[in-house]
Design a protein around this ligand. Structure first.
Ligand code: ANZ
Ligand code: ZN
Length: 789
């Protein structure tokens, strides 16, 4: 049976529901069964919402910029545009075979100039507001891909794409000032319904800490060292100051006899990546500089060291070392024979660092205070003496937005020798990607675009003189940072989307995607949306009301699916052999939706058999006129379960409930009539649309005479509590076989539940006292008896 896709209707009077799934990268391998897990799950929700009377928007498109197409072009000389086009045709065919209700009239493609025109336009708005800027920064550099990588593209110190160890290289890059939004990106999580885990990921990535910045004056120079600490209450225990190898003061303060050692040490540590340096959990190394600074509170002399566990770009790039109360500092002190001085009581510092809050000792006028109060008082005191201040520190860095690649959106800027950096006029957007012959990045690390002098050479929009185009392109994250906005109005030529349509559809009601995207993609797209809100382009400041994620599907061997392991599952074959509904039902049944799970071909067969049995059961029963009371009760219970499970993304337990019902039905065919069958089919239709549509058409052939009719035009069934509510009984509670109390409960209460309930009763508590219970006798539906001495 042909399944009719759902078309979303702008401004319909029905309540709207915008359901979003992450759009795929159209790779040469075709659709992954992992994509299908998310798309089918939210198709079930979309179909349910449609039946509930919502105007549903469930769109799809292509996130088609990216390295694989470019690498393929490098190998074969085939232009990425051609590869992408071909792959999309395949993906589309595959998706269409699955009975998904995507609104294909809203299909978008990030590599379409009509789309990336607006990606470029958004970049220009950032530029005009001063939130896009160029900086010379040490970046993660992959010497093999010859490309700058964002931190998130580096996995364990290696390039995420090719596995080469990443180096550090100073390069001029375009940056987006996401740090301006750090506080709002945390605080506005209050407004949305994300799981605690996803919220924590956002919060931890931003890494906000509240603390104190203190100035330690140098002994023989006028400068001071600024340090950030979250534990100013421990300042009387400082035994050393450690500077990051990049710290600008080092050159100035190293004493002569220490210079050689320090120089060597710095050279070695700068060769390490930031990842390696932060991984030095066990070994905290360092060298003494020969210089001292002063503890601003008690004026003690503090030796200054250089150590590469201190991160140059965090806080002031310096750490006050408190061996007694910080684990890392404890090791550092042990290794370098520093005194371990206890200033917070409560632990045993001869054994290990005591890191918890406690009471201050050996702390001058602050002794006796608890840590929390001390933090406040010491900070106040430092502020008064102008020796320090309250400070909020973030781990989040600005976003490196330049890539030296071909297959991305050109950054729409022009470098003019006279006027500097000039934005391309909005009317001249899009800056289209020119055709190239060689896709290899240049030896200098510039993008392949730099080699096309005809394209690079242009006129300055301001003064008209010869100028150069920017040749960096945008990262893969760009197009996906705002795609959900474009679905509201995908063909708009005047703006990224009409405000009226955005106001109707946005925010997204429910967004689902991979676990790997709940940190950065989510953060980036929230950042873009907030910025667009601030400049009056979009109607709210949070894009997604709710976000969930699905688990990864591994190969049958429990390993990540990959060509080299030959464990990739081809969905086409399954659809061909068993039908799309089998694939849908199997993927929903395979395990809890948010968990990683291995594929099982046996499981696919099981799903197929279940569907066969379902078909048989319905065909045999739907002519029966009457249903038994038991069947009616069970189908209403099923109704309630499916209703609730779908809302909680518990698709696996939904399928289990359908299976249980079908088993019951096959054993009690006589008791199953049309009313029960119809309810069952309506509930099951979102899961197995093809089969249910066909069975529905057997029951109601006349309805299908009307064009455009489908089972999804029917209303989602409502369960009736009167069939579900449990039979209530009075359960007698006895102590030593004497009546002591009674409670009203469900008739199917278990012994354990009954025991718990009974023991909470005041009367029973009195009778039982502290006496030992020797035995509990439970007679279902009648009584529970506690036997005591
Ligand atoms: C002294 C101290 C005593 C600290 C103590 C902790 C415990 P978060 O929460 O991550 O912000 N720190 C400061 N700047 C650093 C840098 N550039 N590289 C490495 N470590 C740095 O951590 C703040 C704490 O991390 C600061 O508080 C500092 O150590 C260290 F008993 O200062 B603390
Ligand atoms: Zn100019």
């Amino acid at each position: 049976m042909q399944y009719l896709p759902n078309k979303a209707e702008d401004f319909s009077k029905k309540p709207k529901c915008y359901i979003l799934v992450e759009f795929p990268y159209p790779s040469g391998e075709g659709l992954h069964v992992g994509h299908i897990r998310s798309y089918v799950a939210f198709d079930i929700l979309a179909k349910k919402r449609q039946m509930e009377g919502y105007n549903v928007l469930y769109p799809i498109g292509w996130d088609a910029f990216g390295l694989p197409a470019e690498n393929y072009a490098l190998k074969t000389g085939i232009h990425p545009k051609i590869t992408v086009k071909k792959n999309i045709v395949n993906f589309k065919k595959q998706l269409k075979s699955l009975g998904l209700s995507f609104d294909w009239s809203r299909e978008i493609n990030t590599t379409d100039p009509d789309y990336y025109k607006w990606t470029q336009w958004i970049f220009l708005q950032f530029f005009k507001k001063g939130l896009a800027f160029q900086a010379k920064i040490p970046i993660n550099w992959c010497p093999s891909c010859k490309i700058g990588l964002a931190n998130e593209e580096v996995a364990e110190g290696r390039c995420e794409r090719c596995g080469t160890p990443v180096e550090r290289k100073v390069r001029k890059q375009w940056m987006l000032k996401i740090t301006t939004y750090a506080d709002r990106l945390i605080d506005d999580l209050k407004k949305v319904d994300y799981s605690e885990k996803i919220k924590a990921q956002q919060i931890n990535w931003i890494g906000r800490s509240y603390g104190t910045e203190v100035d330690f004056p140098l002994e023989s120079y006028p400068n001071k060292i600024q340090v950030f600490t979250t534990r100013i209450d421990t300042i009387y225990g400082v035994r050393a100051m450690v500077l990051a190898p990049e710290h600008p003061l080092i050159q100035k303060i190293v004493k002569k006899e220490f210079q050689k050692k320090v120089k060597e040490y710095i050279k070695k540590s700068l060769e390490k990546t930031e990842f390696e340096r932060s991984q030095l959990e066990k070994e905290r190394t360092g060298v003494f500089t020969g210089s001292f600074c002063k503890n601003p509170l008690n004026l003690e002399r503090i030796p200054i060291w250089v150590g590469d566990y201190v991160i140059g770009a965090y806080g002031g790039g310096a750490v006050m070392v408190v061996p007694a109360h910080d684990k890392r500092d404890y090791q550092f002190a042990k290794k370098n024979n520093l005194e371990i001085r206890e200033v917070i009581s409560g632990g045993d510092i001869t054994k290990e660092a005591f890191v918890a809050y406690g009471t201050l000792i050996n702390s001058g006028p602050f002794k006796g205070l608890d840590s929390k109060t001390a933090i406040e008082k010491i900070t106040k005191h430092l502020e008064k003496e102008k020796l320090g201040r309250k400070k909020v520190q973030y781990k989040l860095r600005d976003w490196v937005f330049s890539r030296q690649h071909y297959w991305g959106e050109p950054i729409p800027l022009i470098h003019c020798p006279k006027c500097g950096v000039v934005p391309v006029a909005e009317k001249d957007l899009p800056v289209k990607l020119p055709y190239v012959k060689k896709y290899q990045p240049t030896k200098t690390g510039e993008s392949p675009l730099a080699g096309i002098s005809r394209w690079v050479s242009t006129k300055c929009p301001k003064c008209g003189k010869t100028a150069r185009r920017e040749t960096d392109t945008m990262p893969n994250w760009a197009g996906s940072s705002w795609y959900f906005i474009r679905y509201c109005d995908p063909n708009n030529k005047q703006s990224l989307a009409s405000f009226k349509k955005m106001k109707y559809w946005l925010p997204v009601d429910w967004y689902n995607g991979g676990m790997e995207h709940t940190t950065l993609h989510l953060l980036y797209s929230r950042f873009w949306y907030k910025f667009l809100f601030d400049i009056g382009i979009v109607p709210q400041d949070e894009p997604y009301l709710k976000r969930t994620s699905h688990g990864v599907i591994l190969g049958e061997d429990g390993r990540k699916m990959s060509k080299s392991l030959a464990n990739i599952i081809n969905p086409d074959e399954i659809v061909r052999t068993y039908g799309a509904d089998t694939l849908r039902v199997y993927e929903m049944f395979m395990g809890p939706f948010d968990q990683t799970i291995s594929w099982s071909n046996q499981g696919v067969k099981g799903a197929f058999k279940f569907l066969e049995r379902t078909f048989q059961f319905i065909e045999e029963c739907f002519k029966n006129k009457k249903s038994s009371q038991k069947a009616i009760k069970l189908v209403h219970k099923l109704n309630r379960k499916i209703d609730k499970d779908i809302e909680k993304t518990k698709f696996n337990t939904s399928i289990a409930a359908f299976m249980k019902f079908v088993n019951f039905g096959l054993k009690n065919k006589k008791g199953i009539g049309q009313d029960v069958i119809k309810r069952f089919l309506l509930l099951f239709a979102p899961f197995a649309p093809h089969i249910c549509e066909e069975l529905w058409s057997k029951i109601y052939p006349q309805k299908y005479k009307k064009k455009g009719y489908s089972v999804f035009k029917e209303k989602w069934p409502k369960y009736d509590l009167k069939f579900i509510e449990e039979e209530k009984i009075e359960l007698i509670i006895q102590v030593n076989a004497k009546f002591r109390d009674k409670i009203e409960t469900n008739s199917d209460i278990s012994q354990k539940e009954a025991e718990n309930k009974a023991r909470k009763r005041e009367k029973i508590k009195k009778w039982l006292g502290n006496k030992k219970i020797k035995k509990v006798i439970f007679v279902p539906k009648k009584l529970i008896n506690f036997v005591i001495d």
